[in-house]
Design a protein around this ligand. Structure first.
Ligand SMILES: Cc1cc2nc3c(=O)[nH]c(=O)nc-3n(C[C@H](O)[C@H](O)[C@H](O)COP(=O)(O)OP(=O)(O)OC[C@H]3O[C@@H](n4cnc5c(N)ncnc54)[C@H](O)[C@@H]3O)c2cc1C
Length: 433
């Protein structure tokens, strides 16, 4: 007898995406003595930066402490939105209306850009503009969504459709929500395939990639960086930190600014196609108005549902988070009560204190990180801009560099405040929404 009926017989604690796209085994390379550009981290940010520096004639080496793409970039939900979290009011209070508009336009631009980029680079990654259904978990939240459509800030209008509760089943096979909205331009892809395509493009553009090589210290002397790694020391003219939620052994200035938050995902076993058609008829990606975010979708082959969120106060083992995620999935889709889980995994999202991504330069070290859970398009877009900037191209400039990268007193990289914050949001979602 199966000891835990939630798990299928072939259950695995690893990303579902790695079945089709295992972590790549790369030709081993020696650590060179020096390079023009040294990129720390081989996710979307690092690879997109390296593509630009290499194509513009700079010798580029990417190092990763693990396998290539081992971080968020091969284990995320594959959902793509306009991405920047703070609203126009919040940003214009801080930076003035004009700058706020310029910053928010970068988020909108990144959504268009990623489709153009994937087409241009011919990356086969199941990219589709499927649209997003954003469900209202209370009637009050539906009212707020209605207002959001009418009150879009001037110059930042995006298409949004209102879906009243009576019409909801055309979008999603549940009565859990009180209606919602649809963002028709939002998209989905297979994240590990996207990473694989970037990896191949980077390699064929001349980028060297060395996995299993941890960067341990970055020092500066006589106009060069001396970088200590687990494979020796290398000198570099330029260093890029592209580690986002996996900020290990990176200079303390970065650790003090990134809040690593675990996000957990399950994949169901294969389902009857008619059931998938009933649950997610238009193949939308789905999120809702709860502060403790859940995100879900059908797999690209529409055989499974992939469901992600945060179900524990502290970080936990994916095998432990799976039953709780399954329970949440069944709350939305009771039709899946007897469906089993075939994969469960987790990864770290790089969050920031102002909920904004950050890209720029600190003491000569370049960085782009902190995409707050919306990094598929943002990390690729800002990684590309950063590479162009290092190569001295004008298109590398972005208004994002105007946003100060904040920390908080006594924060050194260990988010001790996470558990109480999650508890607070759980209460808020349940009782005050
Ligand atoms: C479970 C999960 C679900 C998500 N879902 C979505 C989603 O649906 N949509 C969306 O837009 N975004 C999502 N995200 C966020 C998105 O995946 C990330 O923002 C994006 O992948 C960040 O890419 P990156 O290249 O900056 O960092 P990563 O891909 O995380 O790569 C960082 C790399 O740095 C390496 N590294 C760290 N320290 C060192 C060191 N000292 N030396 C060498 N290497 C080092 C790590 O090994 C890692 O491979 C999700 C993230 C997670 C974890």
């Amino acid at each position: 007898m199966n000891p835990n009926p939630v798990f299928s017989k072939d259950y695995q604690s690893k990303p579902y995406w790695w079945e089709r796209t295992p972590r790549p085994s790369l030709e081993p390379i020696e650590l060179p003595k020096e390079t023009e550009v040294l990129v720390v981290g081989s996710g979307y940010t690092g690879l997109c930066t390296s593509l630009q520096t290499s194509r513009n004639g700079l010798e580029t080496l990417v190092l990763d402490a693990e396998d290539a793409g081992w971080g968020g970039s091969s284990r995320n939900g594959g959902q793509i939105s306009t991405s920047l979290k703070p609203g126009f009011d919040v940003l214009s209070a801080k930076f003035g209306a004009e700058k706020a508009r310029a910053i928010l336009k970068e988020g909108i631009r990144s959504l268009d850009w990623i489709g153009e980029f994937i087409e241009q680079e011919k990356i086969d990654c199941d990219f589709q503009r499927v649209g997003r259904f954003y469900g209202a978990h209370t009637p009050r939240q539906f009212g707020l969504l209605e207002k959001k459509i009418v009150n879009q800030p001037e110059g930042l209008e995006v298409p949004i459709e209102l879906i009243p509760r009576e019409e909801q089943h055309s979008e999603i096979g549940t009565d859990f929500y009180h209606g919602g909205i649809v963002h028709p331009h939002h998209a989905s892809l297979d994240p590990a395939r996207f990473h694989q395509g970037l990896l191949e493009a980077a390699l064929s553009s001349g980028v060297s990639i060395k996995p299993q090589c941890e960067v341990q210290e970055v020092l500066q002397a006589k106009g060069l960086f001396h970088v200590s790694t687990s494979s020796g020391v290398i000198k570099a003219k330029n260093v890029v930190i592209a580690t986002s939620g996996y900020n290990r052994k990176t200079p303390p200035w970065f650790k003090r600014r990134i809040i690593p938050i675990g996000s957990y995902i399950i994949a169901t076993e294969e389902l009857d196609p008619a059931l998938v058609d009933e649950l997610i008829p238009k193949n939308r990606v789905i999120t809702d108005t709860r502060k403790l975010v859940v995100y879900y979708r059908a797999s690209p082959d529409r055989k499974r549902i992939l469901f992600g969120g945060r179900v524990s106060l502290n970080e936990t083992d994916p095998q432990k988070s799976a039953p709780a995620l399954h329970q949440q999935l069944v709350t939305i889709f009771p039709q899946l009560a007897s469906t089993q889980v075939s994969h469960s995994w987790m990864g770290f999202v790089g969050y920031t204190f102002d909920e904004m991504p950050h890209s720029g330069e600190k003491d000569g070290i370049y960085y782009s990180m902190g995409y707050c859970g919306s990094g598929v398009s943002l990390s690729s877009y800002f990684g590309t801009r950063l590479g162009q900037r290092i190569a001295g191209l004008p298109e590398g400039e972005t208004p994002l560099t105007l946003v100060p990268f904040q920390t908080r007193p006594f924060y050194s990289g260990n988010p001790w405040f996470l558990a109480p914050s999650i508890l607070f949001y759980q209460m808020k979602d349940r009782y005050f929404s």
